[in-house]
Design a protein around this ligand. Structure first.
Ligand code: F1P
Length: 352
């Protein structure tokens, strides 16, 4: 396994080329906006719905938060299987949602079928978000945004997640008048710098065999990141991992804390006053807290600080490579080839 060493894997390369791909996503943002805007003004729709499976569902969670926050409209994320199997629970009579169906491969059965179901219910409504110019979802959808700047060969989704998050944020920002444009232009360089500088620090945690369980906490824009972090740890490194909205953690899940637990917290601005309490509880259970944030808080817990010039909605996109690197090096330390996790398939299908 890994003949050329860990750095020769697809997964490693796809994590490390994301800064360049993000620059391209930035460059393509105006043409993507023009394509979506040509489907009519947002007022034509009763809400915006983001859907997908696995990592693509996490992109959906992030995008729904960003669109709701930036545009003040009703925006939701649903797993594709919910739309497919329980549409009545989510779509009232007269609903006319704009649907973003997200799938790196554009071939995941549930996502394609959910898009077909939405199309059958409402005309001119589904936009496929993929990395493949030619794919079933692209053919099914009424519009197609293909992020061909970040195609991936690895089974596990990494750099393309960041690109699609960024693309969907830039789209909302364009509809809202472009207030984030200047900061967004700084993101690729921030990612490039952090990819270079923080890997060694993260490896010390990834390679620490005393840590048997990882828990990720994030709220608001960071919840999707926390969920994605736990999924990466499970998919790539086969390590038990959990995610919770930060303050929800104190309502029972904190009983999971133990000396073999790494508790990674992505503090949202609104929750900073409460973070010390969560850290205290982790310390009381002899768990190991780690904060990833744009500015330090007063605590003895280790902190990774980066991205001070980016506002909150851009931060999960900046931080995503950190959890990918953590999972990657954890996999390597555990003797798992990150390119070939057992039993994971690149496209999840029901038949074949
Ligand atoms: C969805 C997904 C991926 C995951 C793995 C299995 O794929 O769950 O997020 O990394 O490849 O499938 P897609 O619909 O985004 O192609």
């Amino acid at each position: 396994m890994m003949k050329e060493g860990p750095e020769g894997t697809f997964t490693y390369r796809e994590i490390h080329r994301q800064a360049g791909a993000l620059s391209e996503t930035l460059r393509r943002a105006p043409s993507r906006f023009a394509r979506v805007a040509s489907m009519g003004p947002l007022e034509r729709f009763t809400e915006v719905l983001f859907t997908g499976c696995g990592s693509s569902y996490h992109i959906a969670l992030y995008a729904a938060h960003a669109w709701g926050t930036l545009l003040g409209l009703r925006a939701r994320a649903l797993p594709a299987s919910e739309i497919l199997n329980f549409p009545k629970a989510y779509l009232h009579v007269g609903a006319r949602p704009l649907v973003f169906a997200i799938s790196r491969s554009g071939g995941t059965d549930e996502t394609v079928l959910a898009a077909e179901r939405m199309k059958a219910m409402v005309e001119d409504t589904v936009i496929g978000v993929t990395t493949e110019p030619e794919c079933p979802l692209g053919r099914t959808a009424d519009g197609h945004l293909s992020f061909s700047e970040c195609p991936e060969q690895s089974l596990v989704t990494t750099g393309s997640l960041t690109c699609m998050m960024f693309g969907l944020l830039l789209l909302a920002d364009a509809f809202g008048g472009g207030a984030l444009q200047a900061e967004a232009a700084a993101l690729p360089e921030e990612v490039a710098q952090s990819l270079r500088e923080n890997e060694r620090f993260l490896r010390t945690y990834a390679e620490d065999r005393a840590l048997a369980r990882l828990i990720f906490l994030g709220s608001g824009p960071f919840y999707a990141l926390a969920a994605e972090a736990a999924l990466k740890m499970i998919e790539m490194a086969l390590t038990p991992a959990h995610s919770y909205p930060t303050l929800e953690f104190r309502h029972g899940p904190h009983l999971l804390l133990s000396p073999e637990t790494l508790l990674v917290i992505f503090p949202a601005e609104a929750e900073r006053p409460y973070v010390n309490r969560v850290i205290e509880e982790a310390r009381a259970a002899e768990a190991r807290p780690l904060l990833i944030s744009v500015r330090a808080i007063e605590t003895s817990a280790p902190q990774l600080i980066l991205g001070a010039r980016l506002s909150e909605l851009l931060r999960p996109i900046l931080f995503a490579h950190l959890i990918q690197q953590l999972a990657f090096w954890r996999a390597v330390a555990a003797g798992v080839n990150p390119d070939a996790p057992p039993r994971l398939t690149r496209i999840v299908r029901w038949n074949g």
